[in-house]
Design a protein around this ligand. Structure first.
Ligand code: 13P
Ligand code: SF4
Length: 393
């Protein structure tokens, strides 16, 4: 029997922190944190949608627009494909005829698209300030220093680096150079299984939560098999014995959006909505993942909700743009955001319709704005790591 539920999506409260996360200013600490140059159309321009449509139509097959699931609705409307970071990396590689790839996502994704596309194609990021705070948490210097620490402890030779897609091209190149692979939240289990066939230990960069959750939930490791390397402490804050005993060396990085969900929010939603299924992204803290009913990447979350029974109830722990869209797409199911307060990704949100219109109209006028390029040496090694990921069974 089909149950009818109240499907009104409750907008979480706009706290002062949430307004900050909405990202109204340039973030000097973001991955590439610079302001977008040029004249942006005002957000109040009533013709923005028409202008985007007209510019896209003029460009035709010369442009291919990729949209990450966390992008705003107004941007997703113009995406030729939408996806999580894994799907978008594949989609970018599969479109050799497009001269311009307009990447509506964040900087590390655009870098990966540049690495995976041909030299004749240019990748455009509509706002250069769309970085990722997690990717910023591992710099090339810090990671090189960490590798020296592992070398001195005598374990570098048996350690395989596995880097989350959410990392700079430099970190991907480090990974490729040292025989490792990239992973995303869709394939982290397969990437780790592959890595443990190559070596005895993994250095997992930069998201400690995805690394820990995958090791414990999917590979059956204990929490004690994992140690946390803090790049701000001498020797990562670890003793040689701790490093030698560990199977999984986790980098101390996290996502500032998914890191906000707590076990209290899980308990609160279970109390508020009896029978609710709690589904969270693996970038959430381990205790949140342990308290949830299901865990999966953005692509997994979308499929799970498509397959869910009409009348079922869901609390979703991932970025708010996606959760809102899912609630709208499935009015027969009750879909709420796991947290009580707003939780957008501020840098994803930097790409808005004015930036997209500006980028597309610039292309029509023959100017290619905000091109993301990775230097050939970095690209060579980063591509090796990305290709290993794409070849995972
Ligand atoms: P996926 O797109 O791989 O699910 O990752 C989520 C994310 O945080 C992207 O920045
Ligand atoms: Fe980075 Fe988190 Fe935003 Fe993804 S959601 S881009 S990991 S800060």
């Amino acid at each position: 029997m089909t149950t009818t539920v109240d499907t009104a999506f409750a907008e979480p409260t706009a706290t002062p922190l949430a307004l900050l996360l909405l990202g109204r200013q340039a973030d000097p600490n973001s991955e590439r944190g610079v302001e977008c140059p040029g004249d942006l159309p005002p957000a109040s321009d009533p013709d923005l949608v028409e202008r985007a449509r007209a510019a896209k139509a003029k460009l035709g097959d010369r442009v291919f627009i990729l949209g990450h699931h966390y992008q705003r609705d107004e941007v997703i409307e113009f995406a030729d494909v939408t996806g999580d970071s894994f799907k978008l990396a594949r989609d970018a590689a599969a479109r050799p005829q497009a001269e311009y790839i307009v990447f509506c996502g964040v900087h590390f994704m655009a870098e990966s698209a540049d690495i995976l596309t041909s030299a004749a194609q240019q990748v455009v990021l509509p706002d250069l300030a769309a970085g990722c705070s997690m990717a910023d948490m591992a710099t090339a210097e810090q990671v090189a220093e960490c590798w020296d620490v592992l070398r001195e402890a005598g374990i570098a030779d048996v350690t395989v680096p596995v880097s989350y897609m959410n990392s700079s091209a430099d970190i991907k190149a480090f990974t490729g150079k040292h025989g490792g692979t990239i992973c995303t939240s869709s394939n982290a289990k397969r990437a780790l299984e592959w890595a443990y066939e190559q070596g005895q230990k993994v250095l997992f960069l930069p998201d400690q939560h995805l690394g820990r959750n995958t090791a414990v939930r999917d590979l059956g490791f204990s929490l004690d098999d994992c140690v946390l390397y803090n790049p701000h402490k001498p020797n990562g804050g670890l003793t040689v014995e701790q490093l030698r005993d560990a199977k999984m060396i986790l980098w101390r990085g996290h996502c500032s959006v998914h890191g906000r969900f707590t076990v209290e929010s899980v308990a609160e939603v279970r109390e508020r909505i009896p029978g609710v299924n709690v589904l969270v992204h693996p970038e959430c803290k381990h205790e949140v993942v342990a308290a949830a009913d299901e865990v999966g990447s953005t692509e997994y979350i979308i499929k799970a909700l498509e397959a869910a029974e009409s009348g079922s109830k869901w609390a979703i722990g991932t970025e708010l743009n996606l959760v809102r869209r899912l609630a709208k797409a499935h009015p027969d199911k009750e879909i709420v955001f796991l947290d009580r307060s707003v939780c957008f990704c501020s840098t994803m949100n930097r790409i808005d319709l004015p930036h997209l219109v500006w980028a597309l109209e610039s292309l029509v006028e023959g100017r290619v704005p905000n091109v993301i390029t990775v230097d050939p040496e970095t690209e060579k090694y980063a591509k090796a790591a990305l290709d290993r990921m794409l070849a995972l069974p």
